[in-house]
Design a protein around this ligand. Structure first.
Ligand code: ADP
Length: 252
């Protein structure tokens, strides 16, 4: 692994009215990491994702991506640099076929630059790439699932569609906001190797999760938030042994 972090969050604070959603949060993400972010409800996990990806502006502090500060940059500019995210509450174009959901990201400047779309300008080329990406992420081509309207897809496929929309940009980092939530046991079981595959392909991952069992199989490091502050960071085993984490997170 490289020595330089791909993402470095430095002393970030965010207040909503009187609520301190994030207090002096700092951490490094190394290339190839799967960093788990856990914490009780309201501990600031989603705010952290929103701050990193430009959906919420930090009051102060820095979000350095490959050495450049992202604070104040628009979400689409950040995604254009290869730092992408999924949403916990999924927002596909429900009335469109699954593969058509990838057309917007495939038209983006980054997809053109990075070869996310490799077509030659002919109508239909992007459609083919869209179906290729869906297949990569577990939509069986032969089953016609890529062609079904998003509204008819079970949650497991919608979660994959969220990831596919990120993959269309050929990202370097994906921040996954609760990819396991709402999944059946078998859907979760098939999601784990998929995340491993993304890591193998060189994508660095942050996974905000409630499902600790699956997360701890994947993450090499885990960061714990409580009341907006980082209270622990380390390997899954180290974090689980941490007294403050046990008290804050598990109430014992
Ligand atoms: P988590 O994702 O860990 O559940 P959040 O980041 O959603 O936590 O929330 C952290 C705190 O910030 C909570 O107290 C929440 O109510 C508050 N908060 C988050 N977003 C907003 C907002 N847009 N306006 C006001 N308060 C917010």
């Amino acid at each position: 692994m490289a020595d330089e972090p791909i993402l470095s969050v430095r002393d970030v604070n965010k207040t909503f009215g009187g609520v301190k959603a994030l207090t002096e949060v700092s951490f490094d993400l190394m290339p190839g990491d799967i960093l788990g972010v856990i914490g009780p409800n309201g501990s600031g996990k989603t705010t952290l994702v929103n701050v990193i990806t430009g959906f919420v502006r930090a009051d102060n502090g820095q979000v350095l991506y490959k050495g450049k500060n992202l604070v104040g940059k628009a979400p689409h500019k950040i995604a254009d640099q290869g730092l992408t995210r999924t949403f916990q509450v999924m927002r596909p174009y429900f009335s469109l076929p699954a593969y058509k959901n990838l057309i917007v990201p495939l038209f983006s400047p980054r997809a053109r630059r990075t070869g996310g779309w490799r077509g030659g300008g002919r109508m239909g080329s992007r459609d083919t790439v869209a179906v290729d990406i869906l297949e990569e992420i577990g939509f069986e081509r032969e089953s016609y699932v890529p062609y079904k309207t998003a509204s008819s897809l079970p949650t497991g496929y919608l979660k994959r569609l969220e990831l596919a929309r990120c993959l269309a940009l050929r990202p370097e980092v994906i921040i996954c906001d609760e990819v396991f939530s709402g999944l059946s046991m078998s859907e979760m079981a098939s999601m784990v190797p998929l995340m491993e595959k993304l890591q193998m392909e060189g994508i660095t991952l942050i996974m905000v999760e409630h499902r600790l069992r699956e997360l701890f199989r994947l993450a090499n490091r885990v960061m714990v938030l409580n009341f907006g502050a980082k209270i622990a960071e380390g390997s899954p085993a180290e974090v689980m042994e941490n007294k403050e984490v046990k008290e804050a997170y598990f109430g014992s």
